[in-house]
Design a protein around this ligand. Structure first.
Ligand code: M6P
Ligand code: ZN
Length: 185
């Protein structure tokens, strides 16, 4: 394993060289939005838009890996485009998100049910403590691009969030991103 400089484009999320990527489209994120009828309509009329893309840089044998997440702007009935949200399988492992461009909200929730919000603005490096669920939400009108760094063993635990969502939702109210209680929690 050799050291290497990896070029990250903070406006597009491109990682050179990247070692893997995936894209999530709206139809794959049905369960996480409040208004699924509107989601189905958007998928139909807008051709299943991309919500986010993850590009990673990973080297076999390393304890750390990193990458970018690039989130498109968009809303489903006023609820901003967001990631699935997860705890880590390893409860002793946190993560770091360093925002490059765009504007977002990082919604965090501890196992005990405490909620925290960290604004994702360019230059903000968010510390995600171990055992706090995290979901990023693009509340701007441009792409939200952030770099993440994590332990390769952290793993994703989507179970709880997929089952009941998070306690808070982030919606557009009169042109302002607003944190509200999740009526379905
Ligand atoms: C960040 C990292 C990834 C995560 C991605 C999308 O890039 O935390 O590990 O997969 O966001 O989030 P999610 O998997 O919750 O949809
Ligand atoms: Zn994570």
């Amino acid at each position: 394993m050799l050291p290497e400089g990896v070029l990250i484009n903070g406006l597009t999320g491109e990682v050179s060289p990247g070692t893997g990527k995936y894209t999530k489209r709206l139809s794959e994120l049905r369960e996480i939005f409040q208004d699924q009828t509107e989601l189905d309509r958007l998928v139909e009329v807008e051709g299943d838009p991309v919500v986010y893309e993850v590009i990673e840089y990973r080297k076999e044998g390393s304890d750390l890996f990193f990458g970018t997440t690039t989130m498109e702007p968009g809303k489903v009935s006023g609820e901003f485009f967001m990631t699935r949200g997860h705890f880590h399988q390893r409860r002793d492992m946190g993560e770091v998100y360093y925002t490059q461009s765009g504007h977002g909200v990082l919604l965090l929730e501890s196992r005990k049910g405490e909620t925290k919000v960290v604004r994702m603005d360019p230059g903000v490096c968010a510390f995600i403590p171990p055992d706090w669920a995290h979901r990023s939400i693009n509340v701007g009108s441009e792409k939200l691009v952030f770099v993440w760094v994590c332990n390769v063993d952290a793993g994703h635990d989507y179970g709880d969030i997929l089952k009941h969502g998070m306690r808070k939702i982030v919606v557009d109210r009169d042109g302002k991103d607003t944190i509200m209680n999740n009526p379905h929690y």
